[in-house]
Design a protein around this ligand. Structure first.
Ligand SMILES: NC(=O)c1ccc[n+]([C@@H]2O[C@H](COP(=O)([O-])OP(=O)(O)OC[C@H]3O[C@@H](n4cnc5c(N)ncnc54)[C@H](OP(=O)(O)O)[C@@H]3O)[C@@H](O)[C@H]2O)c1
Length: 308
């Protein structure tokens, strides 16, 4: 499995998202985790909000796996906070961040998060409060590295004005079903092409220049939970191209979809959410494949984007 840098350590280019594990039994979680580890996956992505109540998926992970110290040390446990489930909107106040991390550590049965992400930009954010929370969590050894999710360059710069720690990652919605992050730049300046509108602040180029690792969430979905790349709602040209190009590399369509993300020179990590070991294997195979430039652009075009 290809690796990339995530803060001060190496981490697998494929991460496994834990958003859907609540209904799984202990044995199923162990099988999924064991499959991931055998494939070389070492990033496990959580959030306080995943599941039917605070920390539900984190708790299932902690309970089912009860990791030995060496197993724990070998992986990156990443979690997020900042979305309220008991109130409206988002909350990046110091009090909320610290309380949620304490809850995550207890649910996960671990003494530290390797990466903590602020889940969504908080319009009411006070950078000094974020800095206070991060300093407290870092000095207590409860969080090793910090980052964000769904943030623009400007929002990250604002946090950087107060936060001392490097912000190592930005986890964003990205894949062939929502490829605006890369589709915008190639259509810049084009009159009458909706794709040319800059809606993310030029995040991909900014992240490359600033050493911020991008992570792609919902890599197989279309839009915001509207369906998958592989169902009848996806463009037939995309389904055909994924199958054909994938087959030429010995991959399934989902392997082709992860190959498309990992081909980008920004070394974007892909965070898949499957709960099925076989699908995880298919996705992992794509990470180590290398698409040609032509295949990469053909897939972007088949997904419905303009290649001027
Ligand atoms: N930062 C954020 O704001 C944010 C938001 C959402 C998610 N996330 C993270 O990203 C992770 C992944 O997100 P996700 O679960 O939405 O994305 P995903 O990996 O794109 O999965 C979407 C769906 O596709 C299905 N799928 C996978 N392979 C398939 C195949 N070959 N054929 C048909 N269907 C297939 C999966 O179902 P099966 O389980 O049945 O395979 C899953 O329900 C989450 O677990 C979470 O950790 C982060």
């Amino acid at each position: 499995m290809r690796k990339t840098r995530l803060g001060k350590r190496d981490a697998s280019m494929l991460g496994l998202g834990m958003m859907g594990i609540e209904p799984l039994g202990d044995a199923e979680i162990r099988e999924l985790f064991g499959t991931a580890r055998a494939l070389g996956v070492d990033v496990f992505d959580h959030a306080d909000i995943y599941g039917s109540e605070w920390h539900a998926c984190e708790r299932r992970f902690g309970e089912a796996l009860r990791l030995a110290p060496d197993e724990r040390d070998a992986i990156v446990i990443q979690s997020k906070c900042g979305i309220r489930r008991d109130a409206h909107g988002f909350d990046c106040s110091a009090e909320h961040i610290v309380r949620q991390v304490e809850g995550s550590l207890s649910a996960l049965r671990t003494d530290r998060l390797d990466v903590l992400l602020l889940h969504r930009p908080d319009a009411l954010v006070e950078p000094d409060e974020v800095a206070r929370a991060f300093d407290a969590l870092e000095s207590a050894g409860k969080v090793v590295a910090f980052g964000v999710s769904n943030h623009t360059p400007g929002q990250i710069e604002l946090l950087r004005s107060a936060v001392r720690q490097p912000l190592v990652a930005d986890q964003v919605q990205f894949g062939l079903g929502h490829a605006g992050l890369v589709a915008q730049g190639i259509a810049a300046n084009m009159e009458g092409v909706a794709q040319s509108a800059v809606r993310d602040g030029g995040l991909v180029d900014w992240a490359r220049l600033n050493g911020v690792r991008l992570q792609a969430w919902s890599p197989f979905r279309r839009g915001f939970f509207e369906g998958s790349l592989f169902d009848d709602g996806a463009p037939s040209a995309l389904r055909d191209t994924l199958a054909r190009v994938g087959a030429s590399h010995g991959l399934t369509a989902s392997g082709a979809a992860t190959a498309w993300i990992s081909r980008h020179p920004a070394e974007i990590q892909t965070v898949v959410g499957t709960t099925r070991p076989e699908r995880l294997r298919e996705a992992a195979a794509g990470i180590d494949a290398r698409l040609s430039r032509s295949e990469w652009y053909e897939m972007l075009g088949a997904a419905g984007y303009t290649i001027p």
